[in-house]
Design a protein around this ligand. Structure first.
Ligand code: TXA
Ligand code: MG
Length: 304
């Protein structure tokens, strides 16, 4: 039988809410990785000016392998370091039911099985993957105790689960196995030596291709057809991605809600990325709150 706290967390996740959970690295702000709106809530609470892709947490190799393409280096890393402070970036399976906001529209997914017993018990009980960034406001230090989370986010999350001080205290190492030579995107709990001992050659990312610092991802999603921003109407053969009360092909949010627009953004861009259109025209998005992150991604997508 599940204890009351676990039950409460699972109910919140099922209803699209966010719960702070302990992991062995840092506390995470966790939501159902399959629900767009739940994931949008994470970004809203963190106050991130950008949509960086999030780490998808699971409790078993079998569970996570239904979301990603398993490759030989992936399997080696997972068998050696999971559960533990290693995040592996792999290709997203075509049939993966994950929210596109979790991966910021990318075709890769970062996955990890945390070693904290409470995190594992919660993931097992929920039996669906949880997207979780560190449970802090954007540009502040990652939390290593429940008190850290309470101090900054208490009023914004319905449940914070106390698992004591985290044992590692820095974020997980992130390694990308979609590149020819496995690439470390972020140093962390598992060392360079740990990784080279297992895989042979491993390289660090150069700022050109990956993240300069945690959270600074250069790679981003862009549709295969051009995008035209701040459009008030569509031209012939354009698809129109609207916002607010207007007629369009897809509407990010009829009621003009930025959180709803964030939840729909990457999925709708993908849906409109179709050869029957020449371009995607996008209605103006207010540049406040989550609108800043939405406009950041739209600009990047339009620039490619
Ligand atoms: O230890 C940790 O990893 C903690 C705990 C809660 O698990 N989580 C964490 O998440 O540090 P966050 O969101 O603060 O950092 C996730 C990093 C970001 O820098 C993001 O750019 C990168 O992972 N990332 C996520 N998905 C990626 C992908 N598909 N490709 C490249 N980088 C990715
Ligand atoms: Mg973080």
């Amino acid at each position: 039988m599940k204890d009351a706290l676990t039950q409460q967390a699972c109910n919140l996740w099922r209803n699209g809410d966010v719960v702070a959970i302990p992991t062995e690295t840092v506390y995470g702000l966790a939501a159902d990785a399959e629900q767009d709106s739940a994931v949008a809530k994470i970004f809203s609470i963190k106050g991130r000016p950008q949509f960086n892709p999030l780490i998808v947490h699971g409790y078993s190799f079998e569970q996570l392998s239904s979301y990603i393409e398993v490759s030989p280096p992936f399997e080696k890393l997972a068998n050696t370091f999971w559960p533990g402070p290693l995040t592996i970036v792999a290709h997203r399976r075509k049939d993966a039911k994950l929210s596109y906001l979790v991966t910021a529209g990318l075709d890769t997914v970062a996955v990890r099985i945390p070693a904290h017993p409470i995190a594992l018990a919660l993931l097992k009980a929920y039996d669906k993957p949880l997207a979780a960034p560190s449970a802090n406001k954007s540009n502040t230090i990652s939390p290593t105790s429940a008190t850290d989370v309470i101090t900054t986010l208490k009023d914004q999350i319905p449940l914070i689960i106390d698992g004591g001080l985290t044992t590692i205290g820095i974020e997980s190492t992130i390694i990308d196995v979609t590149t020819q030579t496995p690439t470390i995107l972020r140093p962390g709990g598992i060392t360079y030596e740990n990784l080279t001992n297992l895989l042979g050659v491993v390289k660090y990312t150069s700022s050109e291709e990956g993240i300069k610092a945690p959270g600074m991802l250069k790679r981003h999603y862009a549709p295969s057809i051009p995008m035209r921003l701040n459009a008030t109407a569509k031209n012939e053969r354009e698809a129109f991605l609207g916002f607010g009360d207007m007629s369009c092909d897809k509407n990010l949010s009829h009621r003009g809600c930025l959180q709803e627009a964030a939840a729909n953004l990457f999925r709708m861009m993908r849906e409109l990325d179709d050869i029957s259109f020449q371009a995607i025209a996008v209605a103006p998005i207010p540049n406040r709150g989550l609108g800043v992150a939405i406009n950041d991604r739209l600009k990047r997508a339009a620039a490619s």
